[in-house]
Design a protein around this ligand. Structure first.
Ligand code: AMP
Length: 441
């Protein structure tokens, strides 16, 4: 029997908004989290990005907000903390979508990199929901602009990632400023180590929800491609990017510098490519994401942190140009594709010397990644267990630019983010290429 949102005791303004958003039935995490949260339980949910976790915590919050607060004051009734600006903005946007039949709803996202002025104006009036990154929220708290006395619900989204990013002290300070009577909803990929201890401290008899990983739900096909070296990797990438099936693609690199260099090289080759990383000013980051959403960018070359929270359903491919540093980042990366019920393809490059790193990811996933090779472009080197991983910091194969895409090894002088996403590819871009890569097992 298929359950509908109405069966989860959500009121009509919400179920109507969900229908308008095209949501037919709740996802597994929503099925479990919404009734529990509506019952007032604290939650510890491990659900990955792409699972529908945002609606799983926003819908119970909005259901609460349908009723007036019996407490005076203008402080927020719900607070969502996220690790990145993009994720905060995405969550706040979703709150507006689900709350579209609640015209009185006032939500605000407090993130760094944007001007204080508008945020201060928003905070000067009563606000229902704040979605924030810890750093910027702390800035406002220090100035006495946020009063948590009305707070009913606290959510930590991607709690593990917030701790990885060093936000533990900020989180503890923020939590200490909230009423002990609050309901606490925690979402994290893992509960190991510090994040588990924090969860214990913050919750009371939490209900635990463990949703199978996104990739196990079969929406994302995966391929592992071994290559000999950078030069070989770049040839493979070039071949893959000419696949006419690619609508939009996110390529992950391990460093900011490499994301810029790779985006430049691809741009010079005629692809509508741009980069996204944490050192770019927020305005550029927002514009780049807008360009991606509008389809003006076909290839986004991104670092892990910057790409968190990207929710663009037309991303058909994710390419792990560099292996993720942490195994769990693999799951977050591939979750950029296969969104909103679509199918996606995640391709991971690994140099033959990196196969121990691949095993680490496979151990975390508890399964093997399907290894493929492109006909005529197979690796020739043998895997050497003891060799050190290669290629750090030199995306184009080291000295003299050998192994780069182009003959030249020149970086564009235009600062990233300034390049308009609407720039036309100089040659045909995706559609110009040599058709589908032939894969063989
Ligand atoms: P999330 O895991 O919260 O980032 O959500 C992943 C994607 O699924 C987003 O594009 C949501 O808009 C979409 N989504 C969430 N819940 C549902 C649902 N019940 N039905 C259809 N799409 C959904």
């Amino acid at each position: 029997m298929t359950l509908h949102f109405q069966d989860l005791q959500l009121d009509k303004p919400l179920t109507d908004a969900l229908r308008a958003a095209g949501y037919e039935s709740p996802t597994p995490v929503q099925l479990q989290a919404i009734p529990a949260a509506l019952n007032g339980a604290d939650l510890m949910a491990s659900a990955q990005t792409g699972s529908g976790k945002t609606a799983a915590f926003l819908l119970p919050i909005l259901q609460k907000l349908l009723k007036r607060s019996d407490k005076p004051g203008k402080g927020p009734r719900a607070l969502v903390l996220t690790p990145t600006r993009e994720l905060a903005q995405q969550v706040e946007k979703n709150a507006q979508i689900y709350g579209k039949n609640m015209p009185w709803l006032r939500s605000v996202s407090l993130v760094g990199g944007t001007s204080f002025g508008q945020q201060i104006r928003m905070l000067s009036k009563p606000v229902d929901l704040i979605v924030a990154t810890p750093g910027r929220l702390m800035d406002h708290m220090r100035q006495g602009r946020v009063d948590f006395s009305r707070l009913e619900v606290l959510v930590l989204d991607e709690a593990d990632r917030m701790l990885d990013m060093g936000f533990i002290e900020d989180i503890e300070t923020i939590v200490a400023a909230t009423p002990a009577s609050r309901q606490t909803l925690l979402f994290s990929a893992t509960w190991d180590g510090v994040v588990g201890k924090l969860a214990q401290k913050l919750t009371r008899e939490p209900q635990k929800i463990d949703i199978e990983r996104v990739e196990a739900q079969g929406k994302i096909d995966e391929q592992l491609l071994y290559c000999d070296d950078m030069r070989h990797k770049n040839r493979l990438l070039d071949h893959i990017l000419r696949d006419a099936n690619i609508d939009q693609c996110v390529i992950f690199t391990s460093t900011k510098v490499m994301s810029e260099q790779l985006a430049d090289e691809l741009y010079e080759k005629g692809f509508a490519a741009n980069c996204l990383h944490g050192d770019m000013p927020q305005g550029w980051r927002n514009r780049t994401l807008m360009d991606l959403r509008k389809g003006r960018i076909k290839i986004l070359v991104a670092t892990d942190v910057a790409a968190r929270g990207i929710d663009v359903p037309t991303i058909t491919h994710v390419i792990n140009y560099d292996l993720p540093k942490q195994a769990e980042d693999y799951v977050h990366r591939i979750g950029r594709t296969g969104r909103a019920g679509r199918h996606g393809l995640a391709i991971t490059f690994a140099e033959v010397n990196e196969y121990m790193k691949v095993h680490k990811i496979e151990r975390y996933l508890k399964r093997q990644l399907p290894e493929m090779a492109i006909e005529g472009m197979e690796p020739t080197r043998k895997r050497n267990k003891n060799a050190a991983p290669k290629g750090k910091g030199k995306p184009w194969g080291g000295k003299g630019g050998k192994g780069g895409f182009g003959d030249k090894h020149k970086r564009s002088s235009a600062p990233h983010g300034k390049r308009p996403g609407g720039d036309k590819p100089r040659s045909g871009g995706f559609k110009s290429g040599g058709g589908k890569p032939k894969m063989k097992k």
